[in-house]
Design a protein around this ligand. Structure first.
Ligand code: DC
Length: 200
């Protein structure tokens, strides 16, 4: 079974997807981490960043055997990841890897295009949203910086993610929208768990 959780940065996807996966005993797939790995490879001047081996097992992210779990979370990598994610050859490569990963077993896969491109036949598709201000507040708290700065950069990335020619961020037509503004993590997880029960 596959649960797709898509939505913009800061909507709470990672926290929610991880918690839903834990609650159900499913495997969590963070597709954004894969775009971040390609971005990190590029920033480091790798000759062919798409040839690198990305592993997401055990709650850590490794790139050619190196643990990059923290290294892929810097603002510089976020910025570059949004750029590499607009390139068709990068998307084609990572989507193929993601499809192979979720083919067998039970997954909660999180990203921007899981319900639309990677797994249009997912049993449940959730589109997670929150107000731009709330999303920026959450990211700023994680990064220890001012929300105003995050809000500005977030708006630029949102526009790029939503308007790119290749797989723009859009809810699947059959996705269920869940607005997390003002909701605690437990409430959101409980809501999604109820949606899962309904399709099981
Ligand atoms: O979710 P995230 O912030 O870790 O994602 C990093 C970047 O990758 C972000 O700019 C959106 C992009 N992305 C994407 O285009 N498709 C996905 N399935 C996941 C992430």
């Amino acid at each position: 079974m596959l649960i797709a959780i898509d939505g913009p940065a800061g909507a709470g996807k990672s926290t929610v997807a991880r918690a839903v996966a834990d609650a159900l005993g499913f495997t969590y797939l963070d597709s954004g981490a894969m775009y971040r790995c390609v971005a990190l490879g590029e920033l480091r001047g790798a000759e062919d960043p798409l040839a690198a081996q990305i592993d997401l097992g055990g709650g850590r992210v490794t790139l050619d055997g190196e643990d990059v779990t923290e290294a892929i979370r810097t603002p510089e990598v976020s910025e570059r990841a949004s750029q590499v994610a607009a390139r068709p050859e990068v998307r084609g490569h990572l989507v193929a890897l993601q499809r192979a990963m979720v083919r067998d077993g039970d997954y909660v896969a999180e990203g921007r295009d899981i319900g639309t491109v990677v797994a249009p036949d997912a049993e449940l598709k959730v589109f997670l949203t929150a107000s731009p201000e709330e999303r920026a507040r959450r990211r700023a708290a994680q990064l220890g910086v001012e929300p105003e700065q995050v809000l500005r950069e977030q708006a630029e990335r949102d526009t790029r993610d939503a308007t790119r020619a290749h797989s723009p961020l859009q809810p699947a037509s059959d996705a269920l929208r869940v607005d997390t503004t003002g909701l605690g993590i437990d409430e959101v997880v409980a809501r999604i768990a109820r949606l899962v029960q309904a399709v099981r």
